[in-house]
Design a protein around this ligand. Structure first.
Ligand code: SF4
Length: 534
């Protein structure tokens, strides 16, 4: 568990006042990858952290509302922002600035508001976050209980954590849960390697309680970072539980994210299938051995990756995966050959997403980029989204920019994507059920036309003309305040910079990172500062 740093340690119940239930607004802050500003109601997966956070408050004493910008688009409801006594913000690294915007709006409406921030964004920048938020949570969701006790009193924290499924609005046919947290691997580009938290297993009783609380669902998606986790005993115990719940009719099927070592034992696939597993997602990242070794993803080298995919499909389980491309280390021609390899290999499904490798703050890959001096000048944190160039490409910019522009929709490959999808459907339609076939078909449209699937009939305002290079990429319109904010919050709308004009680490990062990209201090040091202040 990490630490909650209290910027204003004396924020207690007496300051919040009144006998009415405390009002809590939990917001998942989000910048859209494709720079749209509308809802994406069909996007899968949706963020679940806010609903777990909401479950830490005692419902009898706290009225909790959840708003997911990931699902519903930017939060623009002034009355909702003015409503809470406490605003809790979560988000990925890229959403740090959006968390600042939301806190500026809400604080301008209510100066007594308590703002709590957690998730990957503040774990990447804990010291910078302390300048803006009252409580900075660098640990797991349970840490919210400490904050609740401090602000509202111990009785306002729930005795046991149950996600607030009653507040979920998205994809009602699909339930989300997690059975574990973190990962037993440390791939160099992954936030897991930046945060270094140990693998955490939910108790089986808690897991059962969460799934029962969700209510019956046609399908459940387990959002663990690594569902397998390398602990075979824990895996077997969960398979027994899921088999039982499946028989009870709690869900029609389930899917999860696993690492490649899961596929080494055929028994794992058999157990999963019998427990109702219909699809697995695995981080393939690349079919190139040198690339996988380079990012420390040696677990993907144990079995040939195409064999893994075929094993999974032969077991009657759909295989989904993602691919990432590092333009600062590979030629575009080589990357195109890899895409062609996937398209030309019979029976191998399409990836569910493709993106450029992101130099996420705090990761070994980030430090490597700083050491290699491959970060471009004037890179903005908001642009570390996998679809904007933030690293100097090996190829000339006039080749890299069209590649980055076309990557999200794999423009140039659409006919072959459709042919490929028909091939996969033809080969597997006997062993797959309607749900699996539907997902396979949807994946093709998701790749070619993500907006049509994620946000049908929702039209975004046209964003400023994009450059696809962070150095020159215009900032989103969301950086212009949409309602009046107090002058002291105007700096919340200035983008957080990763690099300066020379491509060196920007001063915005230097509270948390040394110029060589190493972290300044540790979470323990942050705790020590908090204790001194208190
Ligand atoms: S296996 Fe996946 S979750 Fe685990 S560290 Fe690697 S990329 Fe991250």
């Amino acid at each position: 568990m990490g630490e909650a740093y209290a910027q204003r340690p004396a924020l207690r119940l007496s300051r919040i006042g009144s006998l009415r239930r405390k009002r809590v607004l939990v917001v998942n802050a989000f910048f859209d990858d494709l720079r749209r500003d509308t809802a994406s109601p069909n996007k899968i997966p949706q963020a679940m952290a806010p609903f777990y956070v909401a479950g830490t408050f005692r419902a009898e004493l706290c009225e909790v509302r959840v708003y997911s910008e990931h699902h519903s688009g930017p939060l623009r409801d002034h009355s909702m922002l003015a409503w809470p006594d406490m605003l809790v913000l979560t988000g990925l690294n890229v959403a740090f600035d959006r968390m600042l915007h939301l806190s500026a709006y809400a604080r301008s409406c209510n100066p007594a508001l308590v703002v709590v921030a957690g998730g990957h964004a503040v774990r990447a920048l804990p010291n910078r976050a302390r300048r803006y938020f009252d409580y900075v949570c660098t640990g797991d969701v349970e840490q919210m209980r400490d904050v609740i006790r401090d602000v509202f009193g111990a009785d306002h924290a729930a005795d046991e954590l149950t996600p607030r499924y009653d507040l979920v609005r998205h994809n009602r046919w699909l339930g989300y849960a997690e059975t574990s947290r973190n990962c037993n691997f440390q791939c160099s580009f992954c936030t897991m390697a930046a945060e270094g938290n140990g693998y955490y297993k939910y108790a089986l009783d808690d897991l059962r309680r969460h799934i029962v609380a969700m209510g019956p669902k046609p399908h459940v998606l387990f959002l663990d970072n690594n569902f397998y986790g390398g602990n075979h005993g824990f895996f077997r115990a969960r398979m027994e539980l899921l088999r039982e719940l499946h028989r009870e009719g709690r869900f029609g099927g389930w899917s999860a994210m696993v690492t490649n070592d899961f596929f080494v034992k055929q028994e794992n696939l058999d157990l999963a299938r019998r427990a109702g597993c219909r699809a697995l997602f695995s981080g393939v990242e690349s079919f190139d051995t040198a690339v996988l070794s380079g990012v420390g993803k040696r677990q993907n080298l144990v079995l040939p990756q195409f064999d893994v995919i075929r094993r999974c499909l032969d077991a009657g389980i759909m295989f989904h995966y993602g691919m990432i491309f590092d333009l600062s280390a590979r030629r575009i021609s080589e990357i195109r050959q890899e895409i062609e390899l996937v398209l030309d290999t019979p029976g191998v499904p399409l990836p569910s997403f493709v993106s450029m490798t992101i130099p996420l703050l705090g990761t070994p890959y980030f430090r490597e980029c700083v050491a290699r001096e491959t970060l471009l000048p004037r890179v903005k944190l908001r642009d570390l989204d996998g679809f904007t160039l933030s690293l100097a490409p090996l190829d000339p910019m006039d080749e890299a920019i069209p590649f980055a522009r076309d990557l999200p929709s794999l423009r140039g490959y659409r006919t072959r994507i459709m042919r490929k999808t028909l091939d996969v459907l033809r080969r597997n339609y006997r062993s797959m059920n309607w749900f699996q076939l539907m997902l396979t078909s949807a994946n093709a449209f998701l790749l070619c036309a993500p907006n049509v699937i994620n946000a049908p009939l929702l039209f975004s305002r046209r964003p400023p003309k994009r450059s696809y290079v962070s150095t020159t990429e215009p900032i989103d319109p969301l950086y212009t305040p949409e309602f009046p904010v107090q002058a002291k919050f105007r700096d919340h709308f200035i983008p957080t910079m990763v690099t300066d004009r020379e491509g060196m680490l920007a001063s915005d990062l230097l509270l948390d990172y040394r110029p060589d990209g190493q972290r300044v201090g540790t979470y323990a040091a942050v705790r020590a500062v908090a204790d001194r202040v208190a």
